[in-house]
Design a protein around this ligand. Sequence first.
Ligand SMILES: NC(=O)c1ccc[n+]([C@@H]2O[C@H](COP(=O)([O-])OP(=O)(O)OC[C@H]3O[C@@H](n4cnc5c(N)ncnc54)[C@H](OP(=O)(O)O)[C@@H]3O)[C@@H](O)[C@H]2O)c1
Length: 289
Amino acid sequence: MTSILVTGANGQLGQELQRAVPQGVALIALGRQELDIADASAVSRKVAEVRPDWIINAAAYTAVDKAESDEEMAMAINVTGAENLASAALEFGARLAHVSTDFVFDGCKSRPYQPDDAMNPAGVYGETKQKGEQAVREVMGDDALIVRTAWVYSAHGNNFVKTMLRLMSEREELGVIEDQVGTPTWAAELAKVLYLAIDKSLAGTYHWTDTGVASWYDFAVAIHELGRSMGLLPRDVTINPISTEAYPTPAARPAYSVLSKEAMRQATGYTGMHWRAALNNMMKELENG
Ligand SMILES: NC(=O)c1ccc[n+]([C@@H]2O[C@H](COP(=O)([O-])OP(=O)(O)OC[C@H]3O[C@@H](n4cnc5c(N)ncnc54)[C@H](OP(=O)(O)O)[C@@H]3O)[C@@H](O)[C@H]2O)c1
């Protein structure tokens, strides 16, 4: 048996990791109440007690806009929390799979970001995630496994899909950003790939999202289409493409967020699922309650 300790068990990824446990894995999934990763001594005590083979860090401060005015808390969770887990993993002989984000990049490229592309975050959240990665690498050296992902959603938790379904059931018309592109990623697929990566004992920095590319507008149109066909939306809604400029937010977002999955595909032998098929699967879960 491989024992895996999961932090942030009540988040989107944390929940999907619990639903997808492969055979031969014993999972200890801890929510924030059971383990606050920002508390170094609590982390050390828990890892000493559980003695996991691996830790998956699915805990994070993920409120991108709020982070702009709440830097201290974002740093405590995304940097100190990551460092605490790395230190405890090193001390007690565990491996660490740490999850990071496309927001470590500035989004100025027009070809998929490679894992070794230079990081240049545009906002506080991205900076804290960059520093968290660096802390993990400094503590664990070549042993660290870091998996960056993007545009994550699942049936559990708050995300773009659920926000769109709510707005589409309340409004007749809505504007959605057309000039930011990336890849929607179902947390269930990310969970699956993290287990594959652990099974292969991978180390280093990798990317994982679903396959294909979309703008937020494309994503919204697909949500509307599937929502209507599944009976999740009572009537048609007009969705208008808008520019980033027309929808100002406290944090800047990368215009181009597509991540190259090639290294992870080669290492795990798994190609991935097109974002649209993954969205269909997630929305079927919503349909079935
Ligand atoms: N969501 C995205 O679009 C996205 C995109 C790129 C990368 N990522 C990365 O993917 C990973 C998983 O994200 P997600 O979407 O699953 O996030 P999520 O749904 O926001 O879940 C994060 C979980 O971490 C918990 N948490 C916060 N502070 C904690 C602490 N000090 N100790 C323990 N747990 C704590 C949160 O608990 P509370 O709810 O109680 O605060 C929450 O349950 C994160 O590393 C994130 O940075 C996410």
